[in-house]
Design a binder for this molecule. Structure first.
Ligand code: LLP
Length: 430
C-alpha cells in the first residue's frame, strides 16, 4: 500500500502533483509520502502490540533526520551500524534506551560514544569485539549491555549480497560457538548480558527462513538458561521483503503471527529492526528525460537521474517499476532507462516496455524509499538530490539539493600547488 496514485492521468504523492514538485524543487529528487511512512510503521507496530516489543527502525535504509524523528514520535527506536548513525538518531531525538547497535567493525571511538550515550545494547559480532567493548566499559568504569549476534546458518533465499545468516557470511558468531562466547561474556566484569540477536538477510519474501532461524534461537536460549544466562531481549533483526515487481512477501501480520506462534512460552521483550518494509514503498525517485537515443541494437531513454542517485539496479540488478508522471496515449517501446554517468553499468532499468518518451517527460522510479538516498553518492561530481516529504497537500524539503560548492567544500589545495593554473603556459599558444 502506498499513496502514489494517478488522478486524471497525472501521478500524485498524496494530494500533491509530482509535476508541481518538479517545478518547485527540480529533478532528480526523492519524494516520500508521510501517510505511507506513518501507515507502514503503525501496521508493523500493531502486528506485535500484544507482546512486549520495540520496533527499532533500521537507519541504514533511510537515515534522514525527519524520517527518524517521525518514527521516534510514533514510539520507535532504531537499529544503527555506525557512530554516524548513532549521531543522527540522537539528533533526531531517538531515546538511547531504544537504540541497538550491530555491525562487525565497531571502532573504539564508536564503542565509547555508544557507551556514553547509554544505548540499550550492542549486538556483538565476534569474541574480539566482546573483549574490546569490555575494556572500553572498564576504562569508563561502567558495564556495557550486550547481546551476541548469532549466525544461525539459515538460507534467506535472497540476493547473495544481502544474505547475512549463512555460515559463509561475515556476520555474527556461529551458533555452535555461541554458548562458549556467552560463557566468556558472563565472566567479564564490565559486560551485562541482556539479549540474543540475529539478522539473516534482507528482502525476504518467505516466512520459513525466519521461522527456521527462530527455532534455532529458541534451542540456544534453553541451553543458555542451563548455564545461568537469562535472555531478556530477543532481537530478530529486519529483513521482511516488499513488492518491487511480482514478489508476494508476507504481510507484517502474517510474519507476526508466525513469529508469535514460534515464541509461545518465552518471556523476552522482542526487538525488530525493519527498514525496507517501512520505507521502501513510501518513496520514489523522480527524474526527467533529457534525451532519447536509438542505436542499432537498443533504444535508450537518458534521464537526469543516475546510478549515483539510486544504485540498486546497477549493484544488485534490482527491479524498480518505472512510470511516467503523465499517462498519455503513446505507443509502447522497449527501452533501457539510463543516466548521465560514464559507465555502461549506469542504468535504472533494462529492456523495459514503456510508453514512448520525449525530452522533458517526468518519470517516477517507484519503491525507492529504502536504500535509495542512503546509498547515493557524488560519483561524477553530481550533487545529491533533495528529499521532499509530502504530507497531504504540503511539501517539505527535508534535505536540500547539494550545490557544486558543497561538493568541493571539504577539499583543499596544498600550499606547494597554490600558484594559479592561469599562470601556466597555454598549450594553444594564445
Ligand atoms: N538489521 C541489520 C543488522 C541489517 O544488517 C539490516 C540490513 C536490517 C536490520 C534491515 O533490513 P531490512 O528490513 O531493510 O531488510 N542495500 C541493500 C540492502 C542491505 C541490507 C543490509 N542490512 C538493498 O538495497 O537491497
Amino acid at each position: 500500500m502506498h499513496h502514489f496514485h494517478y488522478r486524471d492521468n497525472e501521478l500524485f504523492c498524496e494530494d500533491v502533483p509530482l509535476s508541481q514538485l518538479a517545478d518547485e524543487f527540480g529533478t532528480p529528487c526523492y519524494v516520500y509520502s508521510h501517510a505511507t511512512l506513518h501507515h507502514h510503521f503503525t501496521v508493523f507496530e500493531q502486528a506485535f502490540d500484544d507482546v512486549p516489543h520495540i520496533t527499532c527502525f533500521s537507519v541504514k535504509s533511510n537515515s534522514n533526520l525527519a524520517i527518524l524523528r517521525l518514527f521516534a514520535s510514533l514510539g520507535g527506536g532504531v537499529d544503527i551500524v555506525s557512530g554516524g548513525e548513532l549521531y543522527r538518531a540522537r539528533r533526531a531525538g531517538v531515546p538511547p534506551r531504544k537504540i541497538v547497535y550491530s555491525g562487525v567493525g565497531k571502532t573504539k571511538e564508536e564503542i565509547e560514544f555508544a557507551l556514553r550515550e547509554g544505548i540499550l545494547m550492542f549486538n556483538i559480532e565476534s569474541t574480539q569485539e566482546l573483549e574490546a567493548i569490555n575494556s572500553s566499559a572498564a576504562g569508563m568504569g561502567i558495564r556495557a549491555s550486550i547481546a551476541l549476534r548469532v549466525n544461525p546458518d539459515v538460507d534467506p533465499k535472497t540476493h547473495p549480497y544481502i544474505s547475512t545468516g549463512l555460515k559463509k557470511n561475515k556476520f555474527g558468531i556461529d551458533i555452535e560457538s555461541a554458548v562458549k562466547a556467552y560463557e566468556r561474556a558472563k565472566n567479564l566484569d564490565h559486560i551485562e548480558i541482556l539479549g540474543l540477536d540475529c539478522h539473516i538477510g534482507s528482502q525476504l519474501t518467505e516466512i520459513s527462513p525466519f521461522v527456521d532461524a527462530l527455532k534455532r534461537l529458541r534451542l540456544l536460549i534453553e541451553r543458555l538458561s542451563g548455564i545461568g544466562v537469562n535472555i531478556r531481549f530477543l532481537d530478530l533483526g529486519g529483513g521482511l521483503g516488499i513488492v518491487y515487481d511480482q514478489e508476494t512477501p508476507p504481510h507484517p501480520h502474517e510474519y507476526a503471527s508466525a513469529i508469535k506462534e514460534e515464541l509461545s512460552g518465552l518471556s523476552c521483550t522482542l526487538i525488530f529492526e525493519p527498514g525496507r518494509v517501512i520505507v521502501g514503498n513510501a518513496g520514489i525517485l523522480m527524474g526527467k528525460v533529457l534525451y532519447t537515443k536509438r542505436t542499432l541494437s537498443k533504444n535508450f531513454v537518458i534521464l537526469d537521474a543516475a546510478m549515483n542517485d539510486l544504485v540498486r539496479p546497477s549493484l544488485y540488478g534490482s527491479y524498480h517499476h518505472i512510470q511516467p508522471v503523465f499517462r498519455r496515449e503513446r505507443e509502447m517501446e522497449m527501452v533501457d532507462i539510463v543516466g548521465p554517468i560514464c559507465e555502461s553499468g549506469d542504468f535504472l532499468a533494462r529492456d523495459r516496455s514503456l510508453p514512448m518518451m520525449q525530452p522533458g517527460d517526468l518519470v517516477a522510479v517507484m519503491s525507492a524509499g529504502a536504500y535509495g538516498f542512503s546509498m547515493s553518492s557524488n560519483y561524477n561530481t553530481r550533487p545529491r538530490c533533495p528529499e521532499i516529504l509530502v504530507r497531504g497537500s504540503e511539501a517539505h524539503v527535508i534535505r536540500r539539493r547539494e550545490t557544486w560548492e558543497d561538493l568541493v567544500s571539504l577539499e583543499s589545495i596544498p600550499v606547494f600547488l597554490t600558484a594559479p593554473p592561469e599562470s601556466a603556459p597555454d598549450p594553444t599558444g594564445r
